[in-house]
Design a protein around this ligand. Structure first.
Ligand code: HEM
Length: 180
């Protein structure tokens, strides 16, 4: 996973729980003193280990942490990659274009970036379906990113998660519906 995402994870943990907890998380994961560089990528297992330990430490389910983290990173995603997002787009347009216009462009520009391949289908003016099948099984991040995007545009969305890789399904089918 991209160094930027690890840096965001550090900022997220520090903003919610403080720097000491981040330091002890690294220790508990056997990564004492680690500094993550935005120009590199790191094993997915390290991200999973940090989230699993954070979940054990705080008693918060890992999926809840990942969803909240997804929301947290949206303002920085806009700062870093805002040029890929058209000014006329709103929440569902960004979600619909997450693969075709955003993740594809990021993959082409930055060999360290391996965003998940998403199948995005516009079901209607107010509805988009995403099929997510990444080995990382971080579907909760997808939900959080979409909710963060909705916050960015002051819109409300409803999320359904009908099939889920974490329940043994081959793919997560995540529906996003605009409700106001
Ligand atoms: C604001 C527009 C977006 C930008 C700029 C963006 C960019 C990125 C980047 C740079 C990564 C890290 C890749 C890596 O670690 O190598 C990432 C990961 C991810 N993105 Fe996006 N993304 C956007 C929108 C979305 C949307 C709308 C979804 C789904 C609803 C999504 C789902 C994910 C997920 C689930 C991950 C990480 C976990 C995994 O790989 O399974 N992204 N994205």
């Amino acid at each position: 996973m991209h160094g930027i995402i690890f840096q965001e994870l550090q900022q997220y943990v520090e903003s919610k729980l403080g720097n000491e907890i981040w330091v002890s998380l690294l220790q508990a994961a056997g990564m004492e003193g680690r500094v993550f560089m935005p120009t590199k990528s790191y094993p997915d297992e390290e991200a999973t280990a940090l989230v699993t330990i954070a979940s054990e430490m705080t008693g918060t389910p890992a999926a809840e942490i990942l969803e909240d983290f997804g929301k947290f990173i949206v303002p920085d995603l806009y700062k870093l990659f805002g040029m890929l997002i058209r000014p006329e787009w709103k929440t569902l347009d960004v979600v619909e274009n997450a693969e075709r216009s955003i993740h594809t462009a990021i993959r082409a520009k930055d060999p360290n970036a391996k965003p998940p391949e998403l199948a995005c289908t516009r079901l209607g003016p107010d509805e988009v379906l995403i099929e997510y099948s990444s080995d990382r099984k971080m579907c909760a991040v997808a939900v959080g990113i979409a909710k963060g995007i909705a916050e960015h545009y002051s819109e409300k969305i409803e999320v359904t998660h009908d099939t889920c890789m974490l329940k043994g399904d081959p793919v997560c089918k995540i529906g996003f519906k605009r409700v106001d």
